[in-house]
Design a protein around this ligand. Structure first.
Ligand code: GLY
Length: 436
């Protein structure tokens, strides 16, 4: 079977790595990913030029295309590939609205009475925003309705001082048509612990993966700018130290109801559904959905797959997905990023990655926003590579991942607290306080 992976980052590297032993692998990527280029045939090109991706797929008789990032999904890459007879792991443009149109997503919860929603409103003018916020006595989260590459969401208490600043930012979102909509969505700010559940979906059936927790803040102790994610962990049993089986099952039930609703309101959803939840005193609430694997969370779960990913892809496109098995292990992923990140002051610089030493330690490297050139691996402004380890406990996986990070040299840093016993205990304590 010939499988095409579209995308260039660590998430796509993890997908490609999970497929490589069972398929003839092809990649379409905007930058030359040092890991993917070693294990696949590839073409360098803009992943958003969907007709060109389809041409490449046809030239190579691709059997299944796996779409990594959200931007091509928003541009209808799956519709284009399907029009050319190529089945995909990834939703059509209309089903991908679960991520690309947040007002569609919230309305789906309302119309189909799906549990786990929250107080929200969509606005298209500053007067209504002001009136609402003058009356609303809790902190809010301000979101552009469309895609903004993870940079548009601002939270009162994090990026915004108070609801007055939320008003100003809301107007900016509307006036600048951020994310492609002259609208803004304002939601209540939830209090709790965030967690992620990712699921394989074949349009009707859903196979959930182990839960994971990402760390969006740039620096240790959960301070600094909100980033794309500095690292993540998953635990044995597929749960998290603060997440019970009941919480997990409730979150999966919300995803299952959503899958049914998308099929009715748009089209059957085939691909990966990523649910970002907040565990609150009232149970899991949905913060947002993504129409693709999480980054870094893909790196936690894909190396633990026992069912071959190639078989899962086939079942997704054929519509006969059954349960998917994972090794019962914990995992820790640490992202190595350029010094100063999320600023881009070291873009273009060379780094050294001793892959052999990292692998000898039992860890894996997944390359992200770097590019392979003749003289070596160059940083861009963004996250450079994920180091992932698994073990019998989070503690064991963390120690391996942390040690492996020493084998990356250059102007880079990582959060050494991700997955440590202290930080995990803080999460558990926080959740206990909320529940009491
Ligand atoms: N971990 C955040 C994301 O994948 O969007």
């Amino acid at each position: 079977m010939k499988v095409l992976v579209v995308g260039t980052g660590a998430r796509e590297h993890a997908i490609a790595d999970a497929l490589k032993d069972d398929v003839d692998l092809y990649c379409y990527m905007s930058k030359i990913n040092p890991g993917m280029s070693k294990i696949a045939e590839f073409r360098q090109g803009d992943e958003g030029e969907v007709e060109k991706v389809a041409e490449y797929a046809l030239e190579n008789d691709i059997d299944i295309a796996f779409i990594g990032p959200e931007a091509p999904l928003g541009k209808g890459i799956v519709d284009e590939l399907q029009k050319n007879g190529i089945p995909c792991v990834g939703p059509t443009q209309s089903a991908a609205r679960i991520e690309t149109d947040k007002s569609f997503m919230r309305k789906l919860f309302e119309d189909y009475e799906i549990e786990g929603s929250l107080v929200y409103k969509v606005f298209d003018n500053s007067k209504d925003v002001s009136e609402f916020l003058d009356e609303f006595d809790r902190d809010v989260v301000v979101k552009p309705v469309g895609l903004t590459g993870g940079k548009g969401v601002k939270i009162v208490g994090d990026h915004l001082k108070d609801n007055e600043e939320a008003k100003e930012y809301s107007c900016e979102v509307i006036d600048n048509v951020m994310g492609g909509f002259a609208q803004v969505i304002i939601e209540e700010r939830l209090i709790g612990e965030e967690f992620t559940i990712q699921a394989f979906c074949d349009g009707e059936h859903l196979a959930p993966m182990p839960a994971a927790q990402d760390h969006p803040h740039a620096f240790e102790g959960d301070v600094g700018a909100i980033t794309g994610g500095m690292g993540s962990y998953s635990d044995v049993g597929g749960l998290l130290p603060f997440l019970t089986q009941d919480d997990y099952d409730k979150a999966v039930a919300i995803m299952q109801e959503t899958l049914k609703a998308i099929a009715k309101e748009a089209e059957p959803y085939k691909g990966i559904l990523y649910g970002q939840f907040m565990l609150t005193a009232d149970g899991p609430k949905l913060i947002e959905y993504n129409a693709r694997f999480g980054d870094p969370e893909a790196m936690n779960v894909l190396p633990l797959l026992k069912t071959p990913l190639a078989d899962v892809c086939k079942a997704i496109v054929d519509g006969n997905l059954d349960s998917v098995e994972f090794e019962d292990k914990a995992s820790v992923c640490k992202y190595i990023v350029p010094d100063g990140y999320p600023e881009t002051e070291h873009a273009g610089e060379l780094i050294e990655v001793d892959e052999a030493a990292i692998e000898k330690m039992g860890a894996k490297v997944f390359y992200a926003a770097v590019s392979q050139e003749d003289d070596g691996i160059h940083l861009s402004g963004s996250r450079a590579l994920g180091i992932v380890a698994s073990g019998e406990s989070i503690e064991e996986a963390e120690k391996i991942a942390e040690k492996a990070c020493e084998f990356v040299k250059g102007n880079v840093y990582h959060r050494s607290d991700v997955g440590t016993a202290d930080l995990v205990a803080k999460r558990v304590e926080h959740m206990k306080e909320i529940l009491n």
